[in-house]
Design a protein around this ligand. Structure first.
Ligand SMILES: [Cu+2]
Length: 246
């Protein structure tokens, strides 16, 4: 497992580790019974048939009740962690509109306005992998939007990912606890260049974040009239096409 660097991801990691420990304990007991029984109760001589047991009520009650208890334990912990991981506060510190498009990512920063109230964004391609910059120790909301097919926005070091579904805008929030650069990618097989849908997330201090956005807002390549919903690459294609017709 990568080192987990979000508040929410810590809970997910603990659930994963706890589930593995419980499953391994169950596995060791089960394997011991499977392998042990034919050794302990084997037929030792032709004269002596081993004890034949049927209808052992205590054992039957045990192996009915105990798995039910295990399922309840797994289920309740899963629900508890899922509630933590999917909890949404009403006033996140930063909102990023994440667009998963064939075949890269676009990050709009709706909290920030460039001169004239314009939108600030970063968009990538398969060759030019985009970077998302967010501040540390803040609650970050990712609003997920797809103009084409289902993608999945995931960052292993955050222990979080979620489908980006056209027509059904998902969202999740994370609170990064450490600065650094982390890899992310599309986790839903979405087409020919799915494997190129990579991105990086750079978690920085709040001052660095403010400075970064200021720089973006001053760069014409990262400013648009409306939020960019389909990537710069496809927009350029459309523009070229329109110019060709004029
Ligand atoms: Cu994708």
């Amino acid at each position: 497992m990568p080192e987990i660097v979000t508040v929410q991801g810590e809970h997910i990691l603990q659930l994963w580790q706890g589930a593995w420990i419980a499953a391994l304990v169950t596995g060791v007991i089960t394997w011991a019974l499977i392998i042990g029984v034919p050794i302990w109760f084997r037929r030792r001589s032709d004269d002596e048939v081993p004890v034949q047991t049927r209808y052992n009520l205590p054992i039957e009650i045990f192996y009915t009740i105990f798995p039910v208890i295990m399922v309840i334990a797994f289920f309740s912990h899963t629900v508890r962690v899922q509630n933590v991981a999917l909890e949404m506060v009403d006033d996140p510190d930063v909102v990023v509109e994440v667009v998963g498009q064939k075949w890269s990512w676009t990050f709009n920063y709706p909290d920030t306005e460039a001169a004239g109230g314009k939108n600030v964004f970063v968009s990538g391609t398969g060759e030019d992998i985009p970077q998302l910059v967010i501040p540390v120790d803040k609650t970050i909301e990712f609003d997920l939007y797809s103009p084409d097919v289902i993608h999945n926005f995931g960052i292993p070091a955050f222990a979080m990912r979620m489908d980006v579904v056209p027509g059904n805008d998902n969202a999740y929030q994370v609170t990064p606890t450490e600065t650094g650069v982390f890899d992310g990618k599309c986790y839903e097989l979405c087409g020919a260049y799915h494997s190129r849908m990579l991105f990086t997330v750079k978690v920085v201090t709040e001052a660095e974040y403010e400075a970064y956005l200021e720089k973006l807002a001053a760069d014409p390549d990262h400013v648009s009239d409306e939020p960019v919903k389909g990537g710069v690459y496809s927009e350029n294609l459309i523009n070229h096409d329109e110019e060709g017709h004029e």
